[in-house]
Design a protein. Structure first.
Length: 389
């Protein structure tokens, strides 16, 4: 039985996945047991494959092969639970990622992507409202956390919200809509600053630059005026926003005292590079490390960088099998005119994530919301640029 429409059961599964993804962001929500969480992904995948068949993406197939090669050639300690981690990762990425496609699952993923963007905006807006009404509610161990589990995640979500509002500002010409989107952009920027995540802030600035370079690619003078206007607004409003950069300034000062602005990551990056040098071809094994801190009961680790983690755990084979399709997408989004403003948004979001991944290691962390959003984004990008063509 094959069809290209998203039926009622698929929509129910979409709602279930969307709601379950909320639990990976909001710490006040109940924790979903892993068998239930990943089971819903598998059930969704099986239902949509049953209804629409599937085509395996040959572009992404080498990455799947590299995962298994990195496991086969290495003796990975049992506490890393590599079997469970592979099943968990595949259940998520085969369902929402670019590996398998058919008309129904492509449409279903697009709906999930759009609803996820709306959810992210809501988290950012509610975090702002709570900050105004009751600040104690949105501060935690890592500083300003809003309604997210940690400040680094909130920073990433605020960057995504800012880009989505920027996209909607140019998408809808109505003045009332543009006022609304401008307001949400300001709120998102404030939350981004309050979160104090330098990687999220820097990544967002890179992504905004990409978006404007596409919007005004044939109007350099207009682009110059926009940049000048933004700089003037930043200077004129500095009295307001500068006082909220305390967390950012504190991190910068600590970095200067330690002799490196990336001091919190330097040791982790060095560990990943040492692992790569020792096992350059297939790495030390999928989702595992040799050097650095790890919990020998749960296997929990802190990679320090998504890019370096792929390089160290899956070697040059895994790194290239991931990087080549990703940068093909980036190239096509940068050069492809037919994608229009939707392509500009996807390109900006992808730039945000790819730059952010230098500092955060969530690319194969199947239980993290950042991983969920990244692979869903790659699937949507894959659809727009038609990477398999």
């Amino acid at each position: 039985m094959r069809t290209s429409t998203v039926d009622g059961i698929a929509r129910i599964m979409l709602l279930c996945l969307l709601l379950m993804s909320f639990t990976k962001v909001v710490p006040y929500l109940p924790v979903i047991p892993d068998p239930v969480y990943y089971g819903v992904f598998v059930a969704s995948l099986l239902w949509m494959v049953f209804r629409g068949g599937f085509i395996l993406s040959y572009t992404w197939l080498p990455f799947l092969v590299a995962i298994f090669l990195s496991i086969v050639v290495n003796d990975i300690p049992a506490y890393f639970q590599v079997g469970f981690r592979v099943i968990a990762f595949l259940s998520v990425t085969l369902t929402i990622g670019p590996f398998l496609v058919n008309p129904i699952i492509t449409m279903w993923r697009r709906l999930l992507f759009i609803h996820s963007l709306t959810f992210i905006r809501c988290i950012v807006i509610f975090s702002f409202l709570a900050w105004i009404i009751k600040k104690d509610l949105v501060y935690g161990k890592s500083g300003f956390e809003g309604f997210a589990s940690q400040s680094m995640l909130l920073g990433l979500l605020a960057g995504i919200s800012l880009l989505y509002s920027l996209y909607r500002f140019y998408l809808f010409p109505r003045l009332s809509t543009r006022y609304k989107e401008s307001g949400i952009m300001v709120v998102s920027l404030l939350i981004l600053i309050l979160a104090g995540s330098r990687s999220a802030l820097g990544s967002t600035m890179v992504a905004v630059a990409f978006f404007y370079s596409r919007i005004y690619r044939h109007h350099v003078m207009r682009l110059g005026k926009v940049v000048f206007t933004i700089l003037c607004l930043a200077v004129l409003t500095s009295g307001f926003w500068w006082s909220h950069t305390e967390r950012l300034r504190e991190k910068m000062e600590n970095g200067e005292k330690s002799g490196s602005l990336t001091s919190s990551r330097d040791a982790l990056w060095e560990d990943r590079m040492n692992e790569f040098k020792a096992f350059p071809v297939f790495g030390v094994g999928f989702a595992s490390i040799v050097e650095g801190q790890r919990d020998q009961v749960t296997g929990t680790i802190e990679p320090g960088s998504s890019w370096l983690f792929i390089l160290s755990s899956m070697g040059i084979v895994g790194f290239l099998s991931f990087a080549i399709p990703v940068f093909k997408i980036v190239y096509r989004l940068f050069t492809k005119e037919s994608g229009g403003i939707n392509g500009y948004l996807l390109g900006a979001l992808l730039f945000l994530c790819l730059f952010h991944m230098i500092f955060e290691g969530y690319v194969i962390a199947s239980g993290a919301y950042s991983c969920f959003f990244l692979w869903l984004l790659l699937s949507e990008c894959n659809r727009v640029v038609k990477l398999n063509n």
